[in-house]
Design a protein around this ligand. Structure first.
Ligand code: ZN
Length: 333
């Protein structure tokens, strides 16, 4: 996703937590800083972040067929994936409605991703989850009031060594980046057609960005004098563009930890990529490319595919961010 889509997704997730109203302390940490922390949601894609393994196309879990030792470990059958996704995610319904093009055979095969160290979406998400827990433990006196539980050594820490709300909010927004990237089908597909500059990937993201609209452009957002409540309201107003309705509750993650949960999201994204560009027409080892127009707007494309995809990806990206933020918070609640 581009900068303003990442910004909208993260701010919309704050609004969802606010509406769900069961993590008021977490909302009090995030909400006041939405404007300044928004940068955290997209800096991982900046070239300057490269040493921290940033840059577009670097946050991946690109799956492809696997033939090697321990093959069985890399098979995730449909019923297992659906169980791991739980029943609140729309991507599950999307896959169920559209996976006829894949067939049972597809689900019975092993697929493996081998991202370079530091680029791995689940690793990056897990690393930030544990970093945030530590930051919340070391929080300054303002944070300590919001984070449940006593920290016996807090008064022994140098005041400047303790984390501030702005800092923690920015890291939460950085975590949102990796969770959102796991929801973009192309980040989980090793085929050339899913590369950022190869057509479909970038074109799909610019389609979403147009729907998000200009309110969340970085310059505009940084310059706004609107209150956090108004900014959240503007984020909710984008829902209609993606035909979104939220239940205003944020479930617990299904897996034992963030790492496994993000791997599940990536496996679902890979299934989506293979629905959009079926391996029968776009084999895993071919260099054949496709485009947004080919997949969604050509004569033989189903007109329902694009609105269904937009809704499922946007809904789940917001929900997944809120769920994984809540997973950090659940350490204390
Ligand atoms: Zn990214």
């Amino acid at each position: 996703m581009d900068q303003r889509t990442h910004t909208w997704l993260a701010i919309r997730a704050v609004a969802l937590l606010d509406d769900a109203n069961d993590t008021p302390g977490l909302v009090k940490i995030l909400k006041p800083h939405v404007k300044s922390a928004a940068i955290g949601s997209w800096i991982p894609d900046m070239a300057d972040s490269k040493r921290g393994t940033g840059d577009i196309d670097n946050h991946v879990f690109k799956l492809k067929p696997y033939a090697g030792s321990g093959e069985k470990r890399f098979i995730t059958k449909k019923d297992k994936l659906f169980k791991s996704l739980g029943n609140k995610r729309l991507i599950r319904t999307f896959i169920d409605n559209w996976d006829g093009v894949l067939g049972t055979d597809w689900w019975n095969k092993p697929y493996k991703a081998e991202p370079a160290p530091g680029q791995h979406l689940a690793n990056r998400s897990m690393a930030l989850t544990t970093t945030l827990i530590d930051q919340l433990i070391l929080g300054d006196s303002n944070l300590a009031k919001l984070v449940p539980g006593e920290v016996s050594f807090a008064r022994n820490l140098h005041p400047e060594a303790r984390s501030r709300g702005e800092q923690v909010a920015t890291y939460f927004f950085m975590l949102s980046h990796f969770v959102a990237d796991a929801c973009q089908p192309c980040h989980s597909d090793a085929r050339r057609l899913s590369g950022y500059g190869n057509g479909l990937h970038k074109e799909m993201e610019s389609h979403w960005s147009k729907k998000v609209g200009t309110y969340f452009n970085k310059k505009k957002l940084l310059a706004t004098t609107e209150s956090p409540a108004k900014i959240l309201k503007a984020a909710r107003a984008v829902d209609s563009q993606f035909n979104l309705t939220f239940e205003n509750s944020v479930p617990k993650i299904v897996a034992r930890d963030t790492w496994l949960e993000v791997v599940t999201l990536c496996r679902a994204s890979f299934a989506v990529a293979c629905i959009l560009a079926p391996p029968q027409s776009y084999p895993y080892d071919s260099n054949k490319l496709t485009s947004f127009d080919d997949v969604f707007l050509s004569d033989n494309a189903d007109p329902e595919l694009l609105p269904d995809l937009n809704q499922a990806v946007a809904h789940d990206a917001v929900l997944n961010i809120a769920m994984i933020w809540k997973e950090v918070w659940s350490t204390f609640d």
